[in-house]
Design a protein around this ligand. Sequence first.
Ligand SMILES: *Cc1c(COP(=O)(O)O)cnc(C)c1O
Length: 376
Amino acid sequence: MVLPYGRQSISDEDVEAAVTTLRSDWLTTGPEVAKFEAAIAARAGVPHAVSVTSGTAALHVAYAAADIQPGDEVVTTPLTFVATAAGAALHGAKIVFADVDPVTGNLDPAAAEAAVTDRTRVVAAVDYAGVPVDAPAFRDLASRKGVLFLEDAAHSIGSTLDGVPVGALADITTYSFFPTKNMTTAEGGAVVTANDELAARARAFKNHGLVRERELMRYPDEGPWHQEVHSFGLNYRLPDVLCAVGTSQLERLDQFVARRAAVKAAYDAAFAEIADVEVPFAPSNAAPAWHLYPLRVPAARRREIFESLREQGVGVQVNYIPAYWHPVFEDLGYKRGMCPVAEDYYAREISLPMFPGLTDGDVEFVIDSLRKAVTG
Ligand SMILES: *Cc1c(COP(=O)(O)O)cnc(C)c1O
């Protein structure tokens, strides 16, 4: 059996929550949605949480809330899953990639600032592996340049920076609840913000752009059945059944984060004795929920070490190929070499198994396998 690089942790309570909701009157938009959104908002430390069907949907919705129009520019990191860029590109934005910090792999605020033009509307940073980006620097950049600071926190629900939860650091933040992420609803995501207008636009976009409040209607006297669409939206509603699972999962998020930190510490201690490997770093003011454990090995040996680990039954991954290497960007004229630090990070990266269900024995097995792969 192959040990996966990530895996969900589902309890009897999670199962019970899903089953109870399946037997209730509501399958989709019912009381569990409001309950889950309130719990997510509380965890994020902001007034608004809008649940959606995936982290990708959360990004699409967040860019809609930011009112991204064709020709607007979005500055982002290449060291991410393509959805960070795709969500804006689908609104017609031009994606501008800026390079990352060589130590954390997170978007470098100085590089991002150098990429800002008078068409830039959003700077979208990703908390790579769960390590919060330098939010004070991005907030400062955003206010000086009059742009929005978006945090793709697909890796980092449960992380804090200076004790502040990821969710309360940026103008608007997106989470993913995919099974390998820090908590899950099978598929799911959320947009969180302290800004009332961003929240209202996010909520409209995820529900067809429907207006149901009489005071907001253009034709309020049409009849009691009446509802209006003022701008196009989509259906990204997360069902009640999955929201119930999410509320249950959220209760164990701290346990998940603690186990991830323990696995991180065990890996770090073991790999300190292996030459040529570099363990992931977090600044001392950050408490990351380690979604990934991105180890770096010599680029010339990355493939061989990766294949050896897979052969030994360790389900390693590589996160991520620079986003602009995807043919969709290549076909738009994006060239390799654009962000050399991110490319170097990618060339050396291997994600080791990292999830709360890893036993101490699993961790030892990964460490032994890595030692064999690197030292022969
Ligand atoms: C997983 C992920 C997404 C997309 O989330 P889904 O729930 O899989 O749609 C977006 N950005 C990053 C950085 C991710 O890791």
